[in-house]
Write a protein that binds this ligand. Structure first.
Ligand code: GAP
Length: 536
């Protein structure tokens, strides 16, 4: 499947629109349309239900070291600025960017790729901001243009090595920027903090500056004590949160994959330090299985344990759950979720202040006067085991997922094209979104075969009954084959058709989106039949 086909379907059928499209759109922001909003709600609800509401705290799930509790939170998007100072986001949450003096465009340093090429004794690094095969093609075309070559003279270009990242280039003067006509127009890489800044209150001074949260996790850490004090949870337990996060990404791209406003589904799981390694393994495998169970099975999904040098400064172990999105080069994977063993880093940061590595451990970072660079809350965020009387700072395992990336992966995986005979037996191309029934925006559609002979009345009755239980769509317009195909594109798992036979024997046809099998069911039993199949 080409990404363009999916993007076109998402727009045509109302899954996703560019934000503020009538004004030309706003890069990095997306709106979910009538089908998309249902899909994303279903992703969120599946996560919340599987992780929180249906979790049985009395019995250990398969693979868990013990039984555990789960509760939820819904925190404010804007938090006290000190939260981000202590967490490290204020000082460290940045990417490197380069500016082009000629085109006035800005790029993320590590996202520019290019290739060294020589022609007539001149050597340049031709850069592209595209990805995958597009980047290679772009570089070839730009090199031809730069050296003023016609297609028949393409072999005059002497390519030196494969496509590599701009970060490997040490001579910026030889770089032909992605949108430049002359080499040497890119600046040296500079730090760019990804947090969106805003002003709280009417006065608007620097003291009133605050940030839109770049992750939901910190809201959980700063409420750890509130949750322990206001509920009866005992370690081990997890706190879950779903909510919007904001990052001023330098180059948002690849549809919703890298957006500036997105939704996260995060768990902070608090446990005793002696058991944290086992809990890490449990959560890593549990979260991977969640995607498999919802239809991301197959070689496009993988679990990748980070190498020690790839680990964040606080992490004792991290694994990424990754998906081979179609916009990536063959063999490349994009992150859907990170599962990190964060030790006691976060709770300590909010007690003591911003931490930095010191030897094998961490210590509060000091300023030039020997004072904490960013002072913590000073509140006691340790945990007391009432039975053993042991007091300790819990370790944290963090499964951190993106709702938009998950929705995008489910859409990519679901997209299928096949050929099916129409009413006249002629083979027609069919686009079908084979979404898992739990995720499908519409669960069933009800059609009268024709708009007469009492069929619409029966179909409307069935529609009304089914709608009380699941999201159902009613359609009586056009040929029934076209109505089926519209539902296939929307990913609707079942269609019910009321036809002439319904009027004589009281049965209706049920059609399965994936197998295309049709069977007859008693009209009175069809609502239960659909509900039963959706539960399966
Ligand atoms: N609290 C840890 C944390 O935020 P992260 O890897 O930066 O970790 C977690 O983000 C998840 O959030 C990612 O795996 C991804 O699914 C999603 N995410 C992060 N940045 C995103 C962006 N710019 N657009 C869409 N989703 C994003």
């Amino acid at each position: 499947m080409e990404m363009e086909q999916l993007v076109a379907l998402c727009r045509r059928r109302g899954f996703l629109f560019q934000s503020s499209e009538i004004y030309g759109g706003l890069n990095g922001f997306w709106d979910y349309g009538p089908l998309g909003v249902e899909l994303k709600r279903n992703v969120r609800e599946a996560w919340w239900q599987d992780m929180v509401t249906s979790h049985n705290e009395l019995a250990p799930p398969s693979g868990a070291p013990s039984a555990y509790e789960m509760v939820g939170l819904d925190c404010a998007i804007i938090m006290h600025p000190q939260v981000w100072k202590c967490s490290g986001h204020y000082d460290l949450f940045h990417d490197y960017m380069v500016d082009c003096r000629e085109s006035k465009r800005r790029y993320r340093h590590d996202q520019i790729e290019g290739r060294w090429v020589e022609c007539d004794g001149r050597r340049v690094f031709v850069a592209s901001s595209a990805t995958g095969h597009e980047a290679e093609d772009d570089v070839k075309q730009k090199a031809m243009k730069f050296f003023n070559l016609r297609a028949k003279n393409a072999d005059k270009l002497q390519w030196q090595g494969p496509m590599v990242s701009l970060t490997t280039v040490e001579s910026p003067g030889e770089v032909l920027g992605p949108d430049a006509k002359t080499p040497g127009t890119l600046t040296e890489p500079r730090e760019f903090n990804l947090m969106f800044k805003t002003i709280v209150g009417a006065l608007g001074g620097e003291d009133d500056a605050a940030f839109l949260r770049p992750e939901t996790a910190q809201g959980i850490f700063v409420n750890f004590k509130n949750v322990v004090d206001s509920t009866r949870v005992k370690i081990p337990f997890g706190i879950a949160q779903i909510g919007k996060s904001f990052r001023n990404e330098i180059t948002p791209r690849n549809f919703t994959f890298r957006s500036r406003e997105f939704e996260q589904m995060e768990i902070e799981f608090f446990c005793h330090p002696s058991t944290s390694a086992e809990w890490y393994t449990y959560w890593r495998d549990r979260r991977f299985k969640w995607y498999v169970d919802l239809g991301l099975a197959g070689e496009r999904l993988r679990l990748r344990e980070h190498d020690p040098e790839e680990l964040s400064h606080y992490s004792c172990g991290t694994a990424d759950i990754e998906y081979a999105f179609p916009f990536l080069t063959e063999g490349e994977f994009g992150e859907l979720e990170g599962v990190a063993h964060r030790g006691d880093f976060d709770l300590r940061s909010h007690m003591e202040g911003k931490l930095v590595r010191e030897g094998d451990g961490f210590a509060v970072e000091k300023d030039e006067h020997g004072q904490p660079r960013h002072r913590g809350s000073g509140k006691d965020l340790t945990y007391m085991n009432q039975e053993t009387k042991e007091r300790y700072t819990p370790h944290v395992i963090e499964p951190s997922a993106g709702a938009d990336r998950a929705a995008l992966a489910f859409l990519c995986e679901a997209y299928c094209e096949d050929e099916q005979p129409d009413e006249k037996g002629k083979l027609q191309k069919r686009v079908v979104m084979k979404l898992h029934p739990r995720l499908a925006p519409i669960k069933a559609a009800v059609f009268p075969l024709v708009k007469k002979d009492g069929m619409p009345e029966v179909a409307r009755e069935i529609y009304g009954e089914l709608k009380r239980h699941v999201n159902t769509f009613y359609d009586e317009k056009g040929a029934v084959g076209r109505r089926y195909r519209r539902q296939d594109e929307a990913g609707t798992p079942f269609c019910i058709t009321v036809d002439g036979q319904t009027m004589s024997d009281g049965t209706v046809t049920v059609r399965d989106r994936d197998t295309l099998k049709q069977w007859r069911v008693d009209r009175e039993a069809c609502v239960e039949e659909i509900r039963e199949r959706l539960r399966a």
